[in-house]
Design a protein around this ligand. Structure first.
Ligand code: GDP
Ligand code: MG
Length: 192
């Protein structure tokens, strides 16, 4: 699903690099060659390293290679781009589970975040997504994208309240700098 995952990763990588952190991104969405190319463009913009898989390569093995790079280069942050997945696509969820197991095994002591990207125009379906993802992964935060459009993302308020998952970033455009750290008071004002 085109929610803005890859774009958000580019924006976060850029922000972290500017803060002086060394970032590696892993192109673990290996379903479409275009997805890898897209992340490559973003990694150039953000000036960070990228580890690419080949089309249809096991995404967990791409993540494994990226972790090797992180260790070799003593990088600070690894961000893994994963395929868009619907909660009813079991194989995609299994794949996510496998990626997480690799990370847990190879980087047991690292701080980990699992961020779910939701498009502000997503309705009730967002709640289903959160539930499904939470079964595979402990979601530590939400990135709410496309808040520059007409959608206000009101459904996310419900998710935050019900699941106690914080919104960490919001996307407000397609550019490198179009991301803000979320401030819930601004958000509530905007949807009223
Ligand atoms: N207006 C707007 N467009 C966005 C935002 N984030 C992503 N997009 C656009 O949404 C489309 C899908 O983004 P992409 O990152 O490829 O989504 P992915 O499929 O989830 O990885 C692209 O055309 C992006 O430029 C945002 O915050 N605002
Ligand atoms: Mg993508």
């Amino acid at each position: 699903m085109e929610f803005g995952k890859t774009t958000s990763i580019g924006k976060i990588a850029n922000r972290l690099q500017k803060e002086g952190k060394k970032v590696v991104v892993a192109a673990a969405d290996t379903f479409r060659a275009a997805a890898v190319e897209q992340l490559e463009i973003w990694s150039k913009r953000a000036n960070c390293d990228i580890i690419k898989g080949t089309e249809n390569q096991d995404p967990a093995s791409v993540v494994f290679d990226a972790i090797k790079k992180v260790k070799e280069n003593n990088a600070d942050v690894l961000i893994c781009d994963t395929a868009g997945r619907l909660h009813n696509k079991k194989y995609l969820m299994d794949e996510l589970d496998k990626i997480q197991r690799v990370i847990e095994k190879e980087l047991p002591d690292a701080d980990k975040e699992s961020l779910l990207v939701i498009d502000a125009s997503t309705g009730q379906n967002a709640i289903e997504q959160v539930k499904a993802f939470n079964e595979v992964s402990h979601i530590t935060g939400i990135i709410l994208t496309k808040l520059d459009g007409t959608a206000k993302g009101g459904v996310v308020i419900g998710i935050v309240n019900e699941n106690k998952i914080p919104v960490k970033f919001i996307g407000v455009g397609e550019g490198l700098e179009d991301m803000e750290i979320f401030d819930s008071s601004d958000f509530v004002k905007a949807i009223i």
